[in-house]
Design a protein around this ligand. Structure first.
Ligand code: SF4
Length: 92
């Protein structure tokens, strides 16, 4: 199953709706390694880096992700789903 399908199954959010507008960019805070919009693009590319980047585990990014997508994607739900997926893969 692709990362996009996994996210859709868990959250009902279809990342294909992302228009790469970068409106969700909140900058790269100290506990982030990539911008939030890049994390979304990694999901679209089915790139497992999405499960390993520091941004996924950033609490400030999670907080800022709430309501950040102007196209109506629930990015905080997406991040939480990815965290669970990452834990599953690493056996945590
Ligand atoms: S604001 Fe929404 S549509 Fe725009 S890049 Fe971010 S996730 Fe995609």
């Amino acid at each position: 199953m692709t990362l996009r399908s996994t996210v859709k199954k868990i959250t009902g959010q279809d990342i294909y709706a992302c228009q790469a507008c970068n409106d969700c960019d909140i900058g790269t805070l100290t506990d982030m390694d990539i911008p939030l919009s890049s994390l979304i693009q990694l999901i679209l590319l089915n790139d497992e880096e999405a499960l390993q980047c520091r941004t996924l585990w950033s609490d400030s990014a999670l907080q800022a992700s709430r309501g950040a997508c102007k196209r109506g994607l629930d990015l905080s739900a997406v991040m939480l789903a990815l965290r669970e997926e990452s834990k599953k893969k690493t056996g945590e």
